[in-house]
Design a protein around this ligand. Structure first.
Ligand code: G1P
Length: 264
């Protein structure tokens, strides 16, 4: 059973500066709640009971968002709907553990920071830039993991010109979505396909021994894509063409589109 998920939240949000200087993008609204709460809802609905937030000293406001504030509760005691949302956040906070990433050394390094808290063979990793509407992508990954007993990632075909923004996979067997290659943000020429990694990973803990020795890659960061590319030499690794609608909240333009989509 997959019960734990990791959500990396220590990134600098550079694509959305200066807005992210004061409010982390994960707390930006989408519909009537923050982006991060959509990601949490997906986790809990998929049976996750503990979520590990990887934050930094600069992003402690995320901790504050979830922590109980009795003074505020008192202030809205006659406004039952608002009080309910505050109490609900407090309920959710009981399922969250916080770990710190001291420097923004990349996604691979962020995941490594959560290692000591992970108990079972497999765990979920959800990137909060990517919201998936209409179908629970984590559930889809879990179903494939059950069937194949292997790691799984979410995939979506992107336009040729967009491959440089994503991790791109190559296939040993395209029909069965068995992956044999992964390159982070390749040029069009080097891209092994047009299938991009979208931010949902179900990973075997064996990734950690590779992450520990992983050298810095694209953008001078420790990339999880590079570690997985080494992992697939020894282990089966499958893709999941998920059913839902992918909302890219990782750029200002994408965020605006996502906001409109969620308010339809
Ligand atoms: C990260 C991953 C990349 C993946 C993308 C999905 O990139 O490194 O492989 O395709 O998320 O959103 P980032 O968005 O942090 O640049």
């Amino acid at each position: 059973m997959i019960k734990q998920a990791v959500i990396p939240l220590a990134g600098l949000g550079t694509r959305m500066l200066p807005l992210t200087k004061a409010l982390p993008k994960e707390l930006w609204p989408l519909g009537n709640k923050s982006i991060l709460e959509y990601i949490l809802d997906e986790c809990f609905d998929a049976g996750i009971t503990e979520v590990i937030f990887v934050i930094s000293k600069n992003k402690e406001v995320i901790k504050k968002y979830f922590l109980r504030d009795k003074q505020l509760e008192k202030a809205v005691k006659n406004k039952s709907n608002i009080l309910k949302t505050l109490l609900n956040l407090d309920k959710v906070s009981k399922k969250i553990k916080f770990v710190y990433q001291d420097k923004p050394k990349g996604l691979g390094h962020a995941v490594l920071c959560a290692q000591k808290l992970l108990k079972s063979k497999y765990f979920l990793l959800l990137l909060p830039d990517d919201v998936i509407k209409g179908s629970n992508c984590s559930k889809e990954l879990i179903a494939i993991n059950k069937k194949k007993n292997s790691s799984v990632i979410a995939l979506r075909k992107v336009k040729k010109n967009d491959v440089k923004r994503y991790g791109i996979v190559g296939f040993a067997n395209k029909h069965k979505l068995k992956i044999n290659k992964m390159i982070e943000k390749p040029s069009i020429k080097l891209a092994p396909s047009k299938f991009a990694i979208i931010g949902r990973y179900l990973l075997n803990k064996s990734i950690f021994k590779l992450l520990k020795k992983q050298k810095t890659g694209k953008l001078g960061e420790i990339q999880i894509t590079d570690a997985i590319n080494n992992m697939i030499v020894d282990e089966n690794f499958y893709g999941c063409k998920f059913k839902g609608k992918y909302l890219d909240c990782g750029t200002t333009k994408g965020y605006i589109k996502s906001f409109i989509e969620m308010n339809k």
